[in-house]
Design a protein around this ligand. Structure first.
Ligand code: ZN
Length: 541
């Protein structure tokens, strides 16, 4: 292992200094966490370590500008019920029953990753079905999107939710034909349940989070933005876990945080926008509307398969006022918007905030930008706002997209038109909702899910270079760090990854299988598979 102040020389590689580099160099020298040159003499004679890349390719390390590291760690401590774990409802119920047999009666059983689109029944399990399988424990299943909860009767009793309970603003409870609760809860109703249940052990969460971050670095991520603190179990609970993690040993990734707080709540906690290279907290996050999968996106035309135009998660006027205050307080604002009505409301909020309180480079973000509103991109460009999108949704949500939009599906999830409009296009994962692997994101940005059926919006495809640019410079732009990282030009941060293939010449489809042989952050090797791959010869001096 090297330390962050060492001088390290990587030789015999194909080293791309940026996504646009047509003439890769074979040597790069880093020192004190920065790139200092490209020849064997750079930094001599103080080179502490030489790494022989044996022809492997190097690119700048990747940033995931929208990922839920906490949710991934949280799910690791629960019963996994993704479509990979269970193909039908009886299997989901069997997994829950198996866990319950090892948990004291009355204690909660938590499960995560449910996606009814991947079950043969194509529906959620019901309260009655879960009651049959697990009668003596409260059960909470979290849908993979984090916007839907499914519970059993013991859970409803523990939560004090009777059949006659009314729906909260911005959410609803599922009911059967007789009006009895069926166990499902959407949006704010689900959020209330997630907040009300007993939390997992903090020490276990800290350990799980540390391993999730290490796994991310091994996939090539050198930075990530947690989107958002508070989304899974509530702000104070999650912030306590993150703060404990920060007190431990250094992490192999640079982190940014979106805080799911109103500006007044942030002020009460003494939070201000802060820029730290490894631990940045400059963003407040809100939800304008719901999701396509649950047909809760706020759209201007009925969904193709559902006579509904979705919903706002909170009153649009109130949300605009909150955004104006966050803007005036100096925060970057990020808003989850999927439907065109939701997106339009947020663009307008940014315009009003900027008019009332002009700020240079506020760089607000629109997360998802699923159904583009007419004329939206020109307004985004005028604002200098960012489109933060998740290409792997095209593969993961193929069925939802076709059902929700039918022939209009090709206009979903724009990318090409975002870049052509001069708006910064930033690809990310939104894992665990999207695929955690940035290599799936890069492949889907280019292929538009063509390997799983017909391409969705083939006219919105971008090139491999554009996709990698968005995961390197684009991710740095999202975090306002593009002045010092995102490329491997002299003086830039020594954040790089060594790959088992050349992403610019490999078959695009094969990029999904990319293996990251080595990850370097701040000039320090944080993941090293080169020796296992028997691909390098190292000479320590
Ligand atoms: Zn998200």
């Amino acid at each position: 292992m090297t330390s962050r102040t060492d001088t390290v020389r990587l030789i015999n590689g194909r080293i791309y200094r940026s996504a646009w580099d047509e003439n890769p160099v074979d040597t790069i020298v880093v020192s004190d966490g920065r790139v200092i040159g490209y020849d064997a003499q750079s930094g001599s004679p103080a080179v502490e370590r030489t790494i022989d890349l044996k022809g492997a390719s190097v690119i700048p390390g990747l940033t995931d500008a929208h990922i839920h590291l906490f949710a991934i760690a949280h799910a690791r401590l629960q019963v996994p019920v993704t479509p990979r774990d269970a193909a039908d409802i009886p299997t989901v119920l069997a997994l829950l029953g198996k866990r319950a047999r090892n948990v004291q009666p009355g204690k909660w059983v938590y499960a995560a990753g449910l996606d009814e689109n991947g079950l043969s029944e194509r529906r959620l399990p019901t309260r009655a079905e879960i009651d049959d399988a697990v009668p003596d424990h409260p059960v909470l299943i979290r849908r993979f999107c984090g916007h839907v909860a499914v519970v059993n009767s013991a859970a409803l009793a523990a939560l004090g939710l009777p059949d006659g309970v009314g729906d909260p603003v911005g959410g609803s409870y599922g009911r059967d034909a007789s009006g009895r609760l069926d166990g499902s809860a959407l949006e704010i109703a689900a959020e209330h349940i997630f907040r009300a249940v007993p939390p997992l052990e903090r020490a276990e969460l800290v350990a799980a989070l540390r391993s999730v971050i290490a796994d991310s670095a091994a996939m090539g991520l050198i930075a990530g933005v947690e989107a958002a603190v508070g989304f899974t179990t509530g702000f104070d609970d999650e912030a306590a876990v993150w703060n404990e993690l920060r007190r431990g040993t250094a992490l192999p990734m640079r982190l940014g945080f979106m805080n799911q707080l109103d500006p007044a709540e942030a002020a009460q906690r003494g939070l201000r926008p802060s820029q730290d290279a490894d631990w940045q907290s400059m963003t407040l996050k809100y939800f304008a509307d719901g999701i396509v999968g649950a047909r809760t996106s706020a759209v201007s035309q009925d969904f193709f398969d559902t006579p509904s135009r979705g919903m706002f998660m909170r009153d649009p006027d109130e949300l605009q006022r909150v955004i104006a205050q966050a803007h005036a307080d100096g925060w970057q604002v990020a808003v989850h918007c999927t439907g065109d009505r939701g997106i339009e409301c947020i663009i307008e909020a940014y315009e009003k905030a900027q008019a009332a309180h002009p700020r240079v480079d506020a760089r607000h973000r629109v997360e998802h930008y699923f159904v583009p509103p007419a004329g939206g991109l020109a307004r985004m460009k005028a604002l200098g706002a960012l489109v933060v999108t998740q290409p792997s949704f095209l593969t993961r949500m193929r069925r939802s997209i076709a059902g929700a939009f039918g022939p209009r599906a090709d206009s979903c999830y724009p990318a090409r038109s975002v870049i052509d409009a001069g708006v910064t296009y930033i690809a990310s994962s939104d894992a665990p909702t999207g695929s955690w692997s940035p290599w799936d994101g890069i492949a889907d940005a280019v292929l538009r899910a063509a390997d799983g059926g017909a391409a969705i919006g083939p006219g919105e495809a971008v090139s491999v270079r554009e996709a990698i640019h968005s995961y390197t410079v684009g991710g740095a732009i999202a975090m306002k760090q593009e002045n010092w990282r995102g490329t491997l030009m002299p003086g830039m941060a020594a954040d790089l990854i060594v790959l088992d293939r050349d992403p610019f010449t490999a078959e695009c489809l094969s990029l999904r299988q990319t293996r990251v042989l080595l990850t370097m952050v701040r000039g320090e090797v944080v993941h090293d598979d080169l020796q296992h791959a028997a691909a390098a010869l190292e000479t320590a001096r």
